[in-house]
Design a protein around this ligand. Sequence first.
Ligand code: UDP
Ligand code: MG
Length: 315
Amino acid sequence: MEKIDLSFVIPAKNEQDSLEALYQEILQAVEPLKKSIEFIFIDDGSTDDTYKRLESLHQRDTRVKIIKLRGNFGKSIALQEGFNKARGSIVFTLDADLQDNPKEIPAFLRKIDEGFDLVSGWKKERHDPSLSKVLPSRILNLLTRLLTRVRIHDTNCGFKAYRREVINNLNLYGELYRFIPVLASKQNFKVGEITVEHRPRKYGETKFGWERGVKGILDLLTVVFLTDYMRRPGHFFGTLGLISFFSGFIIGAYITYLRLTTGTIQDRQPLLFLGMLLMIIGIQLISTGLLAEMITYWRQKDMKNTTDQVIAKSL
Ligand code: UDP
Ligand code: MG
């Protein structure tokens, strides 16, 4: 298989009017670099002429590849399909709506050359239509920094550059694409960021609004769990379970003591129930943790080929 320097993975849902200009701008930006390139456009269930426009690009330029999804599967799946097809040793992702400026491509490459595995764009000055979109995004980014301790300002920026090894270790679904820098950083890839220009949308409309913020919090919990506890889920459930069980146990012991010394626990029923409940919940949580550990154990055993996962080099 022929080797390629740069892949451009571009998910597009109803972006017919931006595609031609985007293609030209990228070509212009990479021309002086003298690198071999490929484009991978993913049509994520567009209902406009996106696919037709892509087809005509493909006919003009064989470096343009298209993946048409059967319907709208969302940005994570679109990106993942693009990654699966990409062959470049460095892979870029860009939004198709021209909000990202391809002029910045060389700056990303310089940062990669400094030794970073993943470089993420930071839209320091945003040009989004409303506060209802920017504010949830700011809050979510802050929470992400606090909970994951990964120092990235704008995890969700669509403009990123990856070394091949990073995308080999991503497994995107749902809304996880927004946390790619966290997922990569927790696998000990070196993650950096550069500020990028953010242009207002010229054609089409945004596919996301404020509701993204609410779902984002749930996704953040998932990410924290997947990254910090994936390899030791028993600790997560077990800690909660032990706290719950022992609180219940102490209450139970106290009630028993009352019964033995005073002979009655008449007005102590609510406390009794609370104690029982805490012990039952505790046992449930601990069992869940043990089951999760069993699954992890078998999975680890099945993964004969762990090379890509943890080894950077072996001589
Ligand atoms: N997109 C996609 N599938 C979707 C939603 C969006 O492929 O279900 C693409 C969209 O075409 C664009 C990128 O993801 O290229 C970012 O979307 P958008 O510009 O609407 O998000 P915003 O910049 O407003 O956050
Ligand atoms: Mg956009």
